[in-house]
Design a protein around this ligand. Structure first.
Ligand code: SAM
Ligand code: SF4
Length: 354
């Protein structure tokens, strides 16, 4: 079967060739960011400049407008998608995000809008986000030590992030903390992060470091498998798997109970060592207006050109459907890495949206 214009008329528009239902849209609303995480933003990226995948500076007009994104979401929700996450870049740096969220939450049939943020602006935005109907936040945090936080992210903002987390907690957000696990960088803090899950109402999820982006800092020596992280965490308490709700994402979740009886939830996301492609329900809209069916596969559909032509909603819908039908069965990162030993996916995380 070719992967072009596959036509399977009897399939539900959101079911792909491998019987996966694609119900979850992730929107990278900007590729700008107020941090410079060593594994994500290209080295030397200018403050708040946006870049193409090959590093040239983009104009604001090259990014999708909120109106354009809203149109895509409306059409996707009309096709049956019901879960939406705003990510980036750092979503909270894009002006007008609160109005945009309001427009999104006004859409019929959209269950919920969730946000992935680095937390730097969370203290400023938390109340308005809550008032706007957002209830779940993923906050990325790779170190609990201010100096190390600075060296990983290029900015001395640990205290700001922590304030944001506490404010969001007090407002009642459900919070997941995402930790990119890097050997020799933050592996000495895995247990501290797990203890945080015992003392705070945060789920802590460890993510395997992925080799994405041409300028990625990824090194084989820094990679640590989820199973090995789990072994480290199990030294502070008992880990008991609990029912994974697919809606909650690809993490394998465990209840952690320490010897004093304190409990918390920790998770492991293993895109490389134990990939979950057979259950993937995601489609991504990049900040530059391309649809991407797989995080770890650079194949994309140019939706922006359609959006900026006279294309009808029907044409946009068909483009979404074809992208879903062409969704790769799975990624081959582990094999590719064995062969090349370096990043094989040139798409930049900040544009794709993580
Ligand atoms: N700026 C927001 C943030 O940091 O949460 C949202 C965008 S960021 C690209 C989304 C997620 O991708 C973050 O949790 C980040 O840690 C993760 N990420 C970025 N590059 C990664 C990599 N190479 N391997 C694993 N996770 C990565
Ligand atoms: Fe910014 Fe998030 Fe990338 Fe860090 S991971 S540079 S916070 S987009």
């Amino acid at each position: 079967m070719t992967d072009k214009n596959i036509n399977l008329p009897n399939l539900h528009p959101l079911v792909d060739q491998f019987s996966r239902t694609i119900s979850y849209l992730r929107l990278s609303i900007t590729d700008r960011c107020n941090l410079r995480c060593m594994y994500c933003m290209p080295e030397g990226a200018e403050e708040n400049a946006t870049h193409t995948k090959t590093g040239e500076i983009l104009q604001h007009k090259d990014l999708l407008s909120y109106e354009e994104m809203l149109r895509v979401v409306r059409i996707a929700v009309g096709m049956g998608m019901n879960k939406l996450r705003l990510t980036g870049g750092e979503p909270l740096v894009r002006r007008g995000i609160l109005d945009f969220i309001h427009q999104l939450t006004s859409l019929e049939n959209l269950k919920e809008v969730r946000i992935t943020t680095n937390g730097v602006l969370l203290a400023d935005y938390a109340e308005q986000l809550f008032a706007g109907g957002v209830r779940q936040l993923n906050v990325s945090l790779d170190s609990l030590q201010p100096t190390k936080f600075h060296s990983i992210t290029g900015r001395d903002y640990f205290t700001r992030v922590w304030k944001g987390l506490i404010k969001a907690r007090d407002l009642g957000f459900k919070i997941k903390i995402n930790v990119v696990a890097m050997k020799g960088v933050n592996d000495d803090e895995f247990k501290d992060f797990a203890r945080l899950a015992l003392t705070e109402p945060f789920q802590v999820r460890f993510i395997e470091f992925m080799p994405l982006g041409e300028k990625s800092s990824w090194k084989k020596e820094q990679f640590i498998r989820a199973e090995d992280i789990k072994d480290i965490i199990s030294t502070i308490g008992q880990l008991t798997p609990f029912n994974n709700n697919r809606d909650e994402g690809p993490a394998r979740m465990y209840e952690l109970q320490d010897p004093s009886g304190q409990k918390g939830a920790v998770g492991f996301i293993s895109p490389i060592s134990h990939h979950f492609c057979d259950q993937c329900n995601r489609l991504r809209l990049t900040s530059e207006g391309t649809l991407r069916a797989c995080l770890l596969n650079d194949k994309e559909t140019d939706l922006k050109t359609l959006l900026r032509s006279d294309a009808s909603d029907g044409v946009i819908r068909e483009s979404i459907r074809q992208t879903i039908l062409n969704k790769p069965k799975g990624h081959t990162l582990e094999d590719d890495l064995q062969k090349s030993g370096k990043p094989v996916c040139i798409g930049q995380m900040s544009q794709i949206g993580g």
